[in-house]
Design a protein around this ligand. Structure first.
Ligand code: C2E
Ligand code: CA
Ligand code: CA
Length: 706
């Protein structure tokens, strides 16, 4: 998987993606901490402030109640002591003190009979003389009519003996001859109120609140003195308490305001952080992280469930060249322009983001494949002319999301879609474009198959070497004049245990060339060829030189010639029985290193040949500079000959050129007998082609030699 990614999306490594993932996780965590922090902070401060408020009000109340009740209890206890003294000494002065106007009390015996009393009491006691408020209520009620307004005079009631002090103040006043006047409206209100007693007391003169209650104190003879006590809350108490409560409430509000301000600040900074996090460093617009997050959200939206989306990989092909010719910063400005232009062409719920290097990721809605292609073409044709002085090329890979198939063969559900994977598919499609011209490619299943194949080859490569799954086949080279065997080329084959047929090198050599495993393969082949040659030599065979392919990847190693020499030497094979084939493309690398290696190889006694001469870009220059022994004419020379003789002219001239440079020639891929005759007539030294033999296992080749 890792290698696959590198091949397709070489611009962004696994490492940077891992970093991006870590960054996103951190951002999410940070968001959580921000949110969690402010909520938890608010809860803690809120709870602490509420507890403080409750504790302060509570303790204030407790303090008030405690001190006030204590005071009243002390007072009534003193009354009780006074009463006992009066009883014992019958002293008038003391009695006066006791029966001071402020003292209201009743003394009852063990059976609750009233022995003595002072002041106007409202106490219901059984036995003795009692004041029955119910009875009083009834009596007044009987006398008056509810509908009458104003005052009613009720006679026959001794006001002083029976009337409540409180009721008297409110709706009863003394009439003539001991009768009383009752204010009907107030009386009715009093009747309806369950708390008439307490309510009346609230309206005390000093604007304080008096709540009367009775405290019994047991005297030494077992009687009880029940004194009327008042729980007085002064207005100043209430004011202090209100001030205290408001201070706490204000404090709470202040804390709340500070927290709201803080939360807003945090929100802002989080927003800014998110912006920075989702900002592409090059374009200043959206980055890949933003793309993934938003693309997945859009796809998951219910209203988008029936809409079709495609993920695109858009590559600005000329980016690197442009940077080389101008500057990186100008190149980056071009990338900004590309981003902006695509952005302008987008509709709602469509996205564009810079992925890396010259790659952009886009998500577009589409109805059908043709319309999508048309739209992408029109965007790309605008992109080509984004700069008036240049004409640029773009490659676009398109993956239609609806096509995603899970491992079990069923379509992948929207919520399970992994944008990273879909973008990778778009990249795969884009990577299939080989020419540098502007082009669009849709992803198809063949590409998946190809990727899977690459994956499986890479997975098995190490095992294949260890288990000697690679076989050496030999394709003989013949002298076209005499048809004598003159040499052979060693060609690799792979007999993998899980495959029925032999795997041909075309299917795995390019993969190994890309992933660097080719150097192991070349060593493997050289080792086996040297070993075979030695064995045949020891068996008394008349051996011919065998050429081994050496890949260009090898030429970065400065001791390549020494490595080859050592491998051949360890088999004990004479150097003139081994030839080294270098493909033409290898000649474009470090020329000096190449020349030095070729020279060393020749010094060690190995022949060196240039493979595939004439295929792709031929470099006559390299022929001039490289001291080569053999020129292998590519099979292309012998294909598709128009019959007008031009092909033959080229081949004849190539052979002549080689001869003039003191090189032998090998014609590869010859399949037709006439070509053999022609090549013989032109002085071609050897022919390697199906016209003589196909590559064969070493046993068959050994028989040929014998
Ligand atoms: P190449 O080095 O140019 O090898 C010649 C290829 O042409 C061989 O294909 C051979 O089987 C094929 N060929 C020879 N005569 C004819 C003919 O008359 N008609 C046709 N149609 N084909 C002919 P092969 O063995 O499949 O190898 C393909 C390529 O794989 C080789 O091209 C070479 O580039 C690479 N390769 C093979 N073995 C090795 C190896 O051991 N090491 C390296 N580095 N590359 C190898
Ligand atoms: Ca070759
Ligand atoms: Ca060749």
């Amino acid at each position: 998987m890792l290698l696959k990614r590198i091949i397709i999306r070489e611009e962004k490594t696994e490492e940077t993606e891992k970093m991006a993932n870590i960054k996103e996780q951190k951002l999410r965590k940070l968001k959580k901490v921000f949110m969690g922090g402010s909520i938890i902070g608010f809860l803690i401060v809120g709870t602490l402030a509420s507890i403080a408020l409750a504790a302060m009000v509570g303790s204030f109340f407790y303090y008030m109640m405690d001190s006030k009740l204590n005071y009243e209890y002390e007072r009534v206890s003193r009354l009780a002591s006074l009463y006992e003294i009066t009883n014992e000494h019958d002293n008038d002065d003391i009695l006066k003190l006791l029966n001071n106007d402020n003292n209201v009390y009743i003394v009852v015996d063990k059976d609750d009979r009233i022995i003595t009393e002072h002041g106007k009491n409202t106490c219901d006691l059984e036995g003795g003389k009692t004041i029955d408020s119910q009875k009083l209520k009834q009596q007044i009620k009987d006398e008056i009519d509810e509908d009458i307004e104003g005052t009613v005079n009720i006679s026959g009631i001794d006001l002083h003996e029976t009337i409540y002090p409180d009721t008297e103040r409110n709706f009863v006043s003394a009439g003539d001859n001991g009768s009383m006047n009752v204010d009907v409206k107030s009386f009715m209100a009093w009747l309806k109120s369950d708390h008439y007693e307490a309510l009346n007391d609230f309206e005390n003169e000093g604007k304080n609140i008096d709540l009367p209650f009775w405290i019994p104190v047991t005297l030494s003879n077992g009687d009880r003195l029940i004194g009327k006590a008042y729980f007085v809350i002064y207005i100043r108490d209430i004011i202090v308490m209100a001030l205290l409560a408001s201070a706490i409430v204000l404090m709470l509000i202040a804390v709340l305001i500070i927290m709201i301000i803080n939360a807003r600040k945090m929100h802002k900074s989080r927003k800014r952080m998110t912006e920075v996090f989702y900002m592409d460093e090059v374009t200043g617009k959206h980055n890949w992280m933003w793309f993934i997050t938003n693309a997945e959200q859009i796809l998951k939206k219910k209203k988008n469930a029936s809409k079709k989306y495609a993920v695109l990989d858009i590559v600005f092909v000329n980016y690197r060249n442009f940077c080389v010719c101008h500057s990186v910063s100008e190149g980056e400005q071009m990338l900004c322009k590309v981003d902006e232009l695509i952005q302008k062409r987008l509709q709602k719920d469509e996205l564009i983001a810079h992925y890396a290097s010259a790659n952009f990721a886009a998500m577009l809605r589409y109805e059908d494949r043709d319309k999508l292609e048309q739209r992408v073409k029109s965007i790309v044709s605008e992109l080509e002319h984004i700069d008036s002085d240049h004409r640029f090329n773009f490659h676009v890979g398109i993956f239609r999301i609806g096509e995603s198939i899970a491992e079990n063969g069923k379509p992948i559900k929207r919520r399970d879609i992994d944008i990273d994977r879909e973008y990778n598919n778009a990249c795969t499609a884009r990577a299939s474009l080989t020419s540098d011209d502007t082009a669009i490619a849709f992803f198809d299943e063949e590409m998946v198959k190809e990727q899977k194949w690459i994956d499986s080859v890479q997975e098995r490569q190490k095992r294949a070497i260890d288990n000697e799954e690679f076989l050496v086949y030999y394709q003989p080279k013949y002298d076209p004049k005499t048809d004598e065997l003159r040499g052979a080329e060693a060609l690799i084959r792979w007999k993998a245990p899980e495959e029925e047929n032999m795997i041909s090198p075309g299917r795995f050599i390019p993969i190994f060339e890309k992933n660097g495993f080719i150097t192991e393969i070349d060593h493997y082949m050289l080792r086996h060829v040297a070993k075979d040659q030695k064995a045949w030599l020891d068996a008394g065979c008349k051996c011919v030189p065998i050429s081994v392919n050496v890949s260009r990847a090898h030429f970065i190693e400065s001791d390549l010639a020494e490595q080859i020499r050592d491998i051949v030497d360890s088999a004990g094979t004479p150097h003139d029985l081994i030839e080294i084939e270098l493909t033409e493309s290898a000649f474009f690398d470090d020329k000096n290193a190449m020349i030095s290696t070729i020279k060393k190889l020749k010094d060690y006694g190995f022949a060196v040949s240039m493979d595939d001469f004439g295929a792709g870009y031929s470099s006559l220059n390299s022929l001039k500079e490289m001291p080569l022994d053999v020129l292998k004419l590519d099979a292309d020379f012998f294909r598709n000959d128009e019959g007008d003789g031009r092909g033959q002219i080229v081949v004849a001239e190539a052979i002549k050129l080689a001869k003039n440079l003191n090189m032998r020639t090998v014609a590869e891929g010859v399949e037709v007998r006439e070509q053999v005759e022609f090549l013989a007539s032109q002085g071609c030294d050897m022919i390697q082609g199906y016209v003589y033999d196909k590559p064969m296992p070493k046993e068959s080749f050994a028989r040929k030699m014998a």
